[in-house]
Design a binder for this molecule. Structure first.
Ligand code: CA
Length: 445
């Protein structure tokens, strides 16, 4: 199994009064993130903290470990920040950037990005950037209108073109990457890369082996170079990729030694993916099992032949077919969302109305709307449960079903645009209000 070691530091910097950045180090969930909030009053701090906690909680609740789960969690984070900004006039217009990486069930790393925080990868000593900034200056750099150096001091470098929480729905970049031992991932807010050159970042990441030490040194250097913004750095090291060939053969062994385990393979958080192919004969476990059987026979003396390899093979095949059937039903039952009433509360569920076999629908989100808020012609339909192909569509529907004016909102749903673009080193900053009040937030949640 792949192992990770992570460390992070966040710092208010030298110019700001408030730290609106928020790192997330959820090692137990193998989920790491950085958010850089923006908005007046307390907005920026609230937005970044709400975004990472919602991301973590939703990702934990979904249970599945995939890029889609990460996107769903990001969509929830967006909805939470957006809802909060509507609920409290002081928080109106708040938003946050969000970058996150998480290990998937395939032992790949999924990553997402909204805004102008970044994810870098240091592999074989070379630093490359995995994300693109969603900022005005980055667009100008891409168009060739300005150089990356000009972007750093551009008057509009604070303008982000996408952020969590601004609209009801947000487009989220996402991709996956296969991690290898020695890979070092860096998640950071613009307070780092606007102050420290990429070459210098790379040299520190090469030099300091402890993730926390590297993060602390990067923050120290950003402050030394001006510290004009909040600075957040999270470093995630891949310390052991587990040997993918070895993992595959252990699955073969697991089958022979524990056929019952086959039915659950692939459903746990880190279970190896199992497509049934390994039920075939052969594999390293076979010789060992045969030797053990031979030894048992020799100890027990001759006895009737009851359990042959052929029988074992067909039993395993039967278990595999049953497991696939259970998986398919589960996929069918859990693959949709619907909107209905929980008592009188308009509620978004995952699953099928009434459930399918033993897969009961689960509550994804209870809205603030009740039966009385629903447009009269839709009440019967919601009573029965109206189905949707995605969580985003279902949530969007709860708005339009209750508010005739909401139809003018932008089309919803996250999209999975690959954003792998190593190399370029441009700059920008988030539209943060410069200074407000109170103490610096430092440390990790
Ligand atoms: Ca910032």
């Amino acid at each position: 199994m792949t192992s990770f070691r992570a460390g992070g530091v966040t710092d208010v910097g030298r110019a700001r009064q408030v730290n609106q950045d928020m790192p997330l180090l959820a090692d137990d969930q193998r989920l790491w993130a950085v958010a850089d909030g923006m908005g007046g009053h307390q907005g920026g701090e609230v937005a970044s903290e709400l975004a990472v906690t919602t991301l973590r909680d939703t990702y934990g609740r979904i249970g599945e470990r995939s890029v889609d789960a990460l996107l769903d969690a990001a969509a929830s984070a967006n909805a939470a920040v957006n809802d909060a900004s509507h609920d409290d006039p002081d928080l109106r217009g708040m938003g946050t950037t969000l970058v996150a990486i998480a290990e998937t069930e395939d032992e790949e790393l999924a990553y997402i990005s909204v805004g102008d925080s970044r994810i870098y990868l240091l592999r074989d000593g070379e630093l490359s950037r995995l994300t693109v900034d969603h900022s005005l200056v980055e667009e100008l750099v891409r168009e060739g209108a300005i150089t990356p150096e000009e972007a750093r001091t551009h008057p509009k470098r604070n303008v982000v073109t996408r952020a969590i929480g601004i609209e009801a729905f947000v487009q989220v970049d996402s991709a996956t990457i296969v991690p290898y031992t020695g890979d070092r991932f860096l998640l950071c807010s613009d307070g780092l890369f606007n102050e420290v050159e990429p070459e210098k970042i790379a040299s520190i990441l090469r030099r300091l082996s402890e993730p926390h030490d590297a993060a602390a040194e990067l923050v120290r250097l950003a402050n030394e170079n001006g510290g004009r913004d909040n600075i957040t750095v999270v470093v995630v090291d891949v310390v052991d990729d587990g040997g993918r060939a070895a993992t595959a053969s252990s699955v073969v062994r697991g089958l022979g030694d524990d056929p019952a385990g086959f039915g659950t393979a692939g459903t746990g958080p880190h279970a190896p993916r199992n497509d049934g192919r390994t039920a075939d004969e052969g594999g390293p476990g076979k010789g060992r099992r045969r030797a053990r059987r031979a030894q048992r026979r020799a100890e027990a003396g001759p006895r009737p032949r009851r359990f042959t390899w052929r029988v074992l093979f067909f039993l395993l095949l039967l278990v595999a077919v049953l497991a696939a059937a259970v998986g398919a039903i589960g996929f069918y039952a859990r693959g949709t969302y619907f909107v209905g009433f929980d008592g009188d509360v308009v509620t978004v569920y995952q699953g099928k109305p009434g459930g399918t076999l033993w897969f009961e629908p689960t509550v994804v989100r209870r809205t603030l709307f009740t039966r009385d808020d629903v447009r009269p012609e839709l009440v019967d339909e919601l009573e029965a449960g109206r189905e949707f192909g995605s969580r985003g569509e279902a949530i969007e529907f709860t708005r339009t079903a209750t508010d005739p004016d909401a139809g003018s909102e932008p089309p919803g749903g996250t999209s999975t645009t690959s954003s792998t673009r190593p190399g370029a080193s441009t700059t920008s900053t988030t539209a943060a209000n410069s200074s407000t009040s109170t103490s610096a937030v430092t440390g990790t949640p």
